[in-house]
Design a binder for this molecule. Structure first.
Ligand SMILES: CC(C)(COP(=O)(O)OP(=O)(O)OC[C@H]1O[C@@H](n2cnc3c(N)ncnc32)[C@H](O)[C@@H]1OP(=O)(O)O)[C@@H](O)C(=O)NCCC(=O)NCCS
Length: 168
């Protein structure tokens, strides 16, 4: 169900602390906190990165961070507050980013999620993402990531396929 009170817009610098706290509590739980306020601020300032927020009146209800390369975009983070989940907000945000990627001429969008996060995997599958690789130890050397991707058009430069680094 679409929510009329939710508006999407680019994040402001003073929203970095709230976005960072949401990353800590909703995404990075148990992994340590890598997307702190300073890192989120850098992403907001970066010309290559879109930091999108969905606001319920004044409150940030969800956010997404996506890096745009020449042909490949990477969805770094996406989280919707528990109180606002299953209201179509995540889907609206991904669709906004995909529209931007299409406009920017992006060929492929990739993302990683914790392999145990079955709900998020299902969510991305409904949005046309498919499994691309399992990456053992991706998170802090101890948790497996699932890489998913969605092709928007044929790429001129192929994404390198991920393979396990050789030891030694
Ligand atoms: C995953 C997440 C972003 C989904 O956002 P959302 O706004 O709740 O999702 P939507 O309401 O747009 O869902 C769209 C569709 O995706 C599917 N879906 C969403 N969440 C799902 C879940 N937990 N289990 C199964 N399917 C799910 C459903 O088909 C849903 O449609 P429906 O509600 O009509 O059945 C949100 O649950 C979240 O922030 N989780 C915590 C952080 C996280 O895991 N982020 C992703 C990894 S970075």
């Amino acid at each position: 169900m679409a929510d009329e009170n939710i508006t999407l817009r680019l994040a402001r610098l003073n929203e970095a602390p709230v976005i960072a706290a949401m990353s800590r509590d909703l995404i990075e739980t148990g992994l340590g906190w890598s997307w702190d306020s300073e890192r989120v601020s850098r992403a907001i300032r970066s010309r290559d990165t879109a930091v999108l927020v969905a606001c319920d009146r004044m409150r940030v209800a969800a956010f997404a961070i996506m890096y745009f390369g020449d042909e490949h975009a990477h969805l770094n983070l996406l989280a919707v507050r528990t109180s606002h989940q299953r209201r179509g907000i995540g889907k609206r945000m991904v669709n906004w980013l995909i529209e931007s990627a299409l406009t920017a001429g992006i060929a492929t969008v990739t993302l990683e999620l914790r392999a145990a996060n079955a709900g998020a995997r299902r969510f991305y599958q409904t949005l046309g993402f498919t499994d691309a690789a399992q990456i053992p130890g991706y998170y802090r050397g101890r948790e497996t990531a699932l890489r998913m991707s969605r092709t928007l058009r044929r790429a001129n430069i192929e994404l390198p396929r991920w393979s396990m680094p050789s030891k030694g």
